[in-house]
Design a protein around this ligand. Sequence first.
Ligand code: NAD
Ligand code: UFG
Length: 342
Amino acid sequence: MSKILVTGGTGYIGSHTVVELQNSGYEVIIVDNLSNSSIDVLDGITSITGKKPAFEKIDCRDKQDLAGVFKKYSGIEAIIHFAASKAVGESVEKPLLYYRNNLVSVLNILELMGEQNACSLVFSSSCTVYGQPDVLPVTEDAPIKPATSPYGNTKQIAEEIIRDAIHADKRLKCIALRYFNPVGAHPSAAIGELPNGVPNNLIPFVTQTAIGIRDCLRVFGNDYDTPDGSAIRDYIWVTDLAKAHVIAVERLLANKNKKGIEFFNLGTGKGLSVLEILEVFEQVTGVEINRQIVARREGDVEKVWADPTFANKELGWKAETSTEKMLETAWKWEIALTAKRR
Ligand code: NAD
Ligand code: UFG
């Protein structure tokens, strides 16, 4: 049973990935400083998989502490590195926090990979690296445009740091997964997204409006060059996304001779506008969303969706879950969460 270190494993995408890893027979060690997640997530993971993952409350910026994890759990074969700060708006206000958190962590992980001979890395990247692509759907070889936020810049720089480290140390290898817009929750509603305060992202804001926590959803812009004027994204179910990580780990571990870095777009290949998402949500749940059209949000791109052909072919992976099902799971999770909070 291979041992996998998952940084940020109590977070949103991390926790769903830990479930899929454990269900596939991997031994998981989570490292998280709980800056944007709760220790209770471990109970959710345990209730789904029947197994509590090992957990260490450690900050990835602390290399000595991280080294201790490699010693304690000897034989770690691969690392999935989720731990990062991820709020685009906050990164504009606190750029140095973002550069330190997202990049010092990557440096520590890469140094330890070499020192501990744990040579396989799956890295959480983002479609933000493409900015507003000139050609849609966007493929992995599309130009990397100047980032529109410090957060986006950390993902671009991290990809470059990893590329350089791998070039210099031929033992190291990485699969960088560029996520489009992950949404929804595990079907059990035992784990899901836990936004800190007022949600920045569309779906948690929609579900909180539907359940009455928020009065009104603001639709950021209806004057984009899109069929209904609202911005378009590629929404992918978080469990489909999580499964791609298991395949990526298997690919790295199975092929000892494969070296270097590979990039994959993880999306559905289908773009949906904000207004289309609201329509589907209302159909699925029967709940009307009070909304108001407001100005565009600074830093937003107009439209982006993936060409996932490379991931489909090379990884044998496909995001097939319908928008209806994604939104159903998001709604079920919001109901469960609200019941727990009462
Ligand atoms: P999340 O905030 O839910 O999870 C990140 C986890 O990392 C949290 O549990 C947090 O406590 C932990 N963490 C942060 N800094 C840490 C540090 N220095 N040391 C240890 N733990 C730390 O976020 P998520 O949505 O699950 O995102 C996971 C990864 O995917 C991030 O790298 C993010 O940038 C990337 N990503 C997310 C999205 C998205 O829309 N959610 C899209 C593209 C890429
Ligand atoms: N939106 C609204 N109202 C809201 C929230 C969002 O209209 O209250 C709109 C946005 O303007 C955008 C769309 O809904 O057009 C999606 O917005 P999100 O904030 O949910 O997602 P983003 O595409 O801005 O960014 C997300 C993550 C990033 C990640 C990126 C790509 O927040 O961290 O997806 O994966 F990098």
